[in-house]
Write a protein that binds this ligand. Sequence first.
Ligand code: F6P
Length: 327
Amino acid sequence: MTAITLRRHLTDAGHDSDLIFLLEDIASACRSTAYEVRNGPLKGNLGVADSINVQGEDQKPLDIIANDIFVSTCANSPRLAALVSEEIEEVVWLKEPKKGDYMLFFDPLDGSSNLDTNLSVGTIFSIMQIEEDGNRNVLRRGADQLVAGYALYGPATMMVLAAGRGVQGFTLHQGTGIFRLTQPSMSIPETTNEFAINTARRRFWDQPIRDYVDDCLAGTEGPRGKDFNMRWVASMVAEVHRVLMRGGVFLYPLDDKNRAAGGRLRLLYEVAPMAKIIEAAGGAASTGTERILDLVPTEPHQRVATILGSREEVALLEQMHRKPAEA
Ligand code: F6P
């Protein structure tokens, strides 16, 4: 039996035809971005700003190329009112917003420092709806997301969607260009023995994060009573995808170096969509003290502390944050 296509899945799920239109535009933009990423080295474009290709021509960095692809592809959607992109300072308004119109939040190429070394990168996106005619408020809680998703440009190109019930994974068939459902109803194991954090920043961490990682590293002889593995790709999409596939916890906490900025990762188009996907797959997402999906953003490019993955680990990290700091 042939696998269900993305369009068939969205239609069977009973989504509004304008939403299907927009999701198909996003899928097209992901397909085009995957193509650009694959051919980047051949065009002399490894993602570095101001690079020059073999013909001696100036190259746009791939994250700008991906941004342009998303803007030009998705702007066609009849009910898309606004775009909020990591690559664009201001909110882009495409039409006078009407109640029910869509707003698209996206990071066109996340983890782009991995491009030079031919490692996995991805796109993260989120869709919300305008609450009232003329309402231009884009600073909405993650819990208001209608759809969250990402595309992973890895050995296979995949699109993972939380739209309606559960989380579904689709793989791009390279011959036909069709996304087919390959991971239906993805769910995260509750327990895990794998964590992901940039340990080079250990000296900047707060005590709860140090304690948590130290306990994991102590293995069978420590309080956790089991050995852990550590993984760090430095590409959030790849990291979250691994957590979805086999469990684990991903951390980019507040630390002494990023505290003034509010954290490292962006709330509206990186962390909130991933939090929706992780929760829909049975996991949890927190800053350490608050549920990510409850946060009300204060500005479109706000950053936030991030802890997400298997439910038990996130609960333990929240508990460690509640413990009074040791003298
Ligand atoms: O969005 C920024 C990002 O590239 C994420 O994809 C990734 O998780 C993180 O930065 C990597 O950070 P670091 O440079 O500390 O490894």
